[in-house]
Write a protein that binds this ligand. Sequence first.
Ligand SMILES: Cc1cc2nc3c(=O)[nH]c(=O)nc-3n(C[C@H](O)[C@H](O)[C@H](O)COP(=O)(O)OP(=O)(O)OC[C@H]3O[C@@H](n4cnc5c(N)ncnc54)[C@H](O)[C@@H]3O)c2cc1C
Length: 369
Amino acid sequence: MNTVFSYWEMNRFDEPIDFTIIGSGFTGLSAAIHLKMTYPRKRVVIMERGVLPYGASTKNAGFACFGSISELEDDRTHMSDQEILDTVRMRYDGLLTLRSLVNDGHMQYNSCGGVEVYDSKVQFDEAYAQMAFWNDALHDITGGLTFKVIENSLPHFYPKAIKNRYEGALHPAHAIHSLWALAQKLGVEFLCATELKSFEEHTDFVNLNSSLHIPIKTKQLLLCTNAFTENLLPDLDIKPARNQVLITKPLAINPLDSCYHFNKGYVYFRAIHDRILLGGARHISTQENTAAYGNTDEIQQYLTTFLAQHIAPEAEIEHWWSGIIATGAAKKPLISKRSDKISFGLRLSGMGVAIGTLVGKRLAELHIE
Ligand SMILES: Cc1cc2nc3c(=O)[nH]c(=O)nc-3n(C[C@H](O)[C@H](O)[C@H](O)COP(=O)(O)OP(=O)(O)OC[C@H]3O[C@@H](n4cnc5c(N)ncnc54)[C@H](O)[C@@H]3O)c2cc1C
């Protein structure tokens, strides 16, 4: 944007900013809220490249989830049990943090649980064999028996499934709207449609070069750009991964009454109003290793067939979209200070509805004395 700013506008940009947060998803909004709650007199600004938040936080499936057994078992191939439990604890505590900031009713929170369904007896037996281990391991976190076997009512899967009793579902755009409203109420300022292009650290401040083409100086910079961080911090282990999602037209009878996980969490589906939301399947194609939005024939074909063969043959698809998650060698988020003025809270590994507000809070705490 090449705008001619007025004296007043330039004068406002010249006034010192204490904290600038890049990105207005769950992580950035939470960081801003926690900083402003601690320092009500300091100037806290969120810079967001979209007119609205334009990341995964409003494009996801709205599962308030922290792990199905097959996904936790898959994690064991590249993470220690302790690392997995630490990450599950963060997701569980993250959901509590989100629910402490946003009223359940405002984000349509539904404690429906999360059900893992299986294609075959072999798949079910493999997960069931680990159920006691995970119930024991997660007891300290959830305070109860997390997983239980249930009869599965979906005829095209194995008739038994495993339910995570403590998961839920919510409306992510309502959750983000509520966090945004809370941030505004506290006095956080927003610079929307403004993309951070680069930054330079100086002795007393960080200079931000943005699409506004006007120098902006901040005392502290917090990067909450998740999958879109490559150009800003290229040395970090963050790999973008696209997830494609469909929603059906309204159905006379919705066969779903919960959130469902399949195949280590790569495929997920849920009821939303009288429709079905179905997404994922990034594991079938290397084309999904991208930060570019879009839909492809390969994934659309896979999900269309999955919908017809496994969930609701009569359902008609109304709309497709996509979103980008951040992955890496491990699933633990990266929350760290790069210097005394610059920090980042990134790589939420497809669980940011649960973990995002906690990552934002922990990031803010790095800047709180
Ligand atoms: C299809 C899909 C389904 C998912 N389903 C679930 C689910 O059911 N449950 C769950 O827990 N998680 C789910 N996730 C993951 C979850 O949505 C993310 O982990 C979470 O939203 C990440 O939040 P964030 O705030 O860290 O990042 P984001 O929401 O991606 O926010 C980053 C923000 O930074 C902005 N930005 C980026 N670069 C710049 C820049 N240079 N300048 C200014 N602004 C910038 C972006 O526009 C964006 O608004 C899903 C993700 C997708 C894509």
